[in-house]
Design a protein around this ligand. Structure first.
Ligand code: C6P
Length: 415
């Protein structure tokens, strides 16, 4: 986990790593591309691209359905990817890994499969003010359907959740905590282990939105002791259209399936259907086979570098960027939590974030601007939008310098 105070040095051979990413070696607006929008989607190394090509060239067939060679190859590769993800998260069992289309789909699966069964009128669901819309809207839909209430953990001005207020939210009607591990808009790392322990002391399960955590540091679901953990492949060097829901086996067993169709059944008659075992119960229809295999390859790639080395490099970069941008007159850093990972949000005095983003693009620098799908957080901060640089392990200090120079160039245009 990154912090802005520790001094772990980076040990990554970044130039060698960058050679693995063909997309990074291009010019945008006549300048070398500086890609700092990794929280939206990170880039794919050649090893993942090659794995996808190999699957499509030699292995493609439907899975779990036939005894012919290609189906066996595809099934072996797909189920192998599931085992890779199990080890990546240190899940107890392979069947605790469900392939979904991404974080949004994973959270909606828990809402539909667990929430609709176990949440009733008058019940309460705890979220935090830092949440991405994907971890707000599904619960709002459920609350409206069931007559349940959302309770929101507040934060301080730095972007740190207030744990005393969190503890005070629990009561006999609390049924679920659903909270982000890392804020996509501010980079705050929430104390998930502590939050889970408190929820469990009240007998309440916890879903963790790990979309911005799994790509950046080692996640151990057994150490966190969380009940569900959701993330997306495309933010961790994998393809789009694939993600993971980790679920504690006992809870997954209790859940009802969200989608009905092929592969999720055991037997079907017109009178009655019996369901397949987990995880297949939640993977109806033909899944994104190639994307799951690609995600497995991405996880192999990240693991070969090592998540601790990735975390240390990104931490050093974040620290450097915090110093460089923090020293620029007119630039205000938004989100200054003591524990942060990979994200630097900022505003530039007198210049709308969309103009900052558009003009930075003319300098070859890709950042995201807007509300970052976290409108309640923006309201709490009293800003309509920010510009956001988000880092990956293949980013360099020189790219941070290019960002800082780009911001100065934007300021000159508006001077
Ligand atoms: N955040 C960002 O630029 P999907 O779209 O399902 O892969 O991920 C949704 C999601 C859920 N939770 C968090 C914390 C996220 O950051 C995201 C995606 C992107 O910040 C796109 S809005």
């Amino acid at each position: 986990m990154n912090t802005t105070t520790s001094t772990t040095p980076s040990t990554l051979a970044v130039e060698r790593i960058r050679a693995d990413f063909p997309i990074l070696h291009q010019r945008v607006a006549g300048r070398p591309l500086v890609y700092l929008d990794n929280a939206a989607s990170s880039q794919m190394p050649q090893a993942v691209i090659d794995r996808l090509v190999h699957y499509r060239t030699h292995e493609h067939a439907n899975i779990h359905r036939a005894v012919h060679t290609l189906s066996e190859r595809a099934t072996t590769a797909y189920e192998g990817a599931r085992r890779t993800l199990q080890h990546f998260l240190n899940a107890r069992e392979e069947r605790e890994i469900i392939f979904t289309s991404g974080t949004t789909d994973s959270i909606n699966l828990v809402m539909q499969g667990w929430g609709r069964k176990f949440i009733a009128a008058g019940d309460e669901i705890i979220l935090s003010v830092l949440e991405h819309h994907s971890n707000i809207v599904p619960w709002q839909m459920l609350a409206a359907e069931k007559g349940a209430t959302l309770r929101v953990v507040p934060m301080n001005d730095a972007g740190e959740l207030l744990l005393d207020d969190y503890a005070a939210l629990f009561n006999a009607r609390t049924r679920l905590v659903s909270v982000g591990h890392v804020s996509n808009a501010l980079g705050s790392v929430n104390p998930i282990q502590q939050m889970v322990a408190l929820a469990h002391a009240h007998g309440v399960p916890v879903l963790v939105d790990g979309a911005q955590a799994a790509p950046h540091f080692a996640v151990d679901v057994q150490a966190l002791d969380c009940d569900f953990y959701a993330f997306s492949g495309h933010k961790m060097c994998g393809p789009t259209g694939i993600g993971v829901l980790y679920g504690r086996a006992a809870l997954l067993e209790q859940m009802q399936p969200f989608k009905g169709g092929g592969d999720m059944i055991h037997t079907v008659t017109f009178e009655k259907t019996t369901y397949n075992t987990i995880p297949h119960k939640f993977e109806a229809g033909t899944p994104p086979i190639a994307a799951a295999i690609g995600l497995g390859a991405a996880v192999d790639y990240l693991s070969a570098i090592g998540m601790p080395a990735i975390a240390a490099h990104e931490h050093a970069l974040l620290q450097y960027a915090t110093q460089q941008l923090g020293a620029l007159p007119g630039v205000r850093l938004v989100g200054t939590a003591a524990q942060k990972a990979a994200v630097l949000s900022f505003t530039v005095a007198g210049i709308h974030p969309h103009d900052v983003g558009t003009l930075l693009n003319q300098e070859g620098v890709a950042v995201r601007t807007g509300h970052h799908c976290a409108q309640p957080l923006m309201q709490r901060l009293g800003v309509a939008a920010t510009s956001r640089a988000s880092f990956a392990f293949y980013n360099t200090q020189a790219e941070v310098d290019a960002l800082a120079a780009g911001i100065r160039a934007v300021q000159k245009i508006f001077a």
